[in-house]
Design a protein around this ligand. Structure first.
Ligand code: SF4
Length: 242
């Protein structure tokens, strides 16, 4: 695909996205309209399935004393309590430590006000570019491109970028992706990566963007040029399609 194909790809992936459950971070935003809650949910969701994150978020947010979960609630809870509440999300011990430190660092560096830039958010404990970008895009509704393993893999498979790391992909996308797609690009591609274009054996059969995908021939024996028809060599079987 080329940059000219971005609108068509986004349209197709938006349709696929609508057919599946919303990501947990978008649900948190819809329910709280609070960037701090989005940040906490995003920290918990790293390397964790949405179902597991959902339980952790519900248990943690149930400890809110006010209308919504706030830094003061993290201050009041001990690290052990946080750890028990968020278990079994991935790296729950480290995440509990980071969450416990969060209110203090927020006060020290930002007068207790959650910043809305990627660079500033990255100064908070446990916050890397992926978490920061997602918080800016979903929590603050500002343009940001969150690149995780799904976005990195799919953009490279499609030939939109040729990069080695998610950071390089983010920088490349910043140059070629029109800003109007920034906020939703992550949701659409993550959902697509989880349901169809996974890291191994993507489900190319019936993929709505196969005609634009140069990787289809390598991943499942189909090509853009043959309209998605199988191109197995005589005598090749299941093994050859992997
Ligand atoms: S054709 Fe296959 S590899 Fe290409 S985007 Fe679709 S599922 Fe992914």
């Amino acid at each position: 695909m080329t940059v000219n194909d971005i609108p068509a790809v986004d349209r197709a992936l938006k349709k696929e996205f609508a057919a599946h459950a919303s990501p947990i971070i978008e649900l948190i935003e819809a329910q709280t309209h609070d960037p701090f809650c989005v940040l906490v949910g995003t920290i918990l969701s790293a390397r964790t399935k949405d179902q597991c994150t959902t339980g952790a978020v519900q248990r943690l947010f149930a400890k809110a004393r006010g209308e919504r979960f706030a830094p003061a609630d993290l201050e009041r809870l001990s690290q052990d309590e946080i750890e028990k509440l968020i278990y079994p999300v991935g790296f729950y011990h480290d995440k509990a430590r980071h969450l416990k430190e969060l209110p203090h660092v927020l006060k020290e560096k930002f007068d207790g006000v959650l910043p809305n830039t990627v660079e500033e958010l990255c100064e908070l404990p446990g916050v890397g570019r992926k978490t920061a970008n997602l918080t800016v895009a979903v929590g603050f509704d500002l343009p940001a491109i969150c690149v995780d393993v799904h976005v990195h893999r799919i953009c490279n498979r499609l030939g939109l970028v040729k990069t080695r790391t998610p950071f390089d992909t983010e920088m490349a996308l910043r140059k070629i992706l029109p800003v109007k797609y920034w906020k939703t690009w992550n949701s659409h591609l993550v959902s697509f990566g989880q349901t169809r274009c996974g890291p191994v054996r993507p489900k190319c059969d019936g993929c709505p963007i196969i005609r634009l995908c140069p990787a289809a021939a390598k991943t499942c024996g189909k090509t853009a040029s043959n309209g998605g028809a199988l191109t197995r060599a005589p005598g090749s079987g299941r093994r050859a399609r992997r």
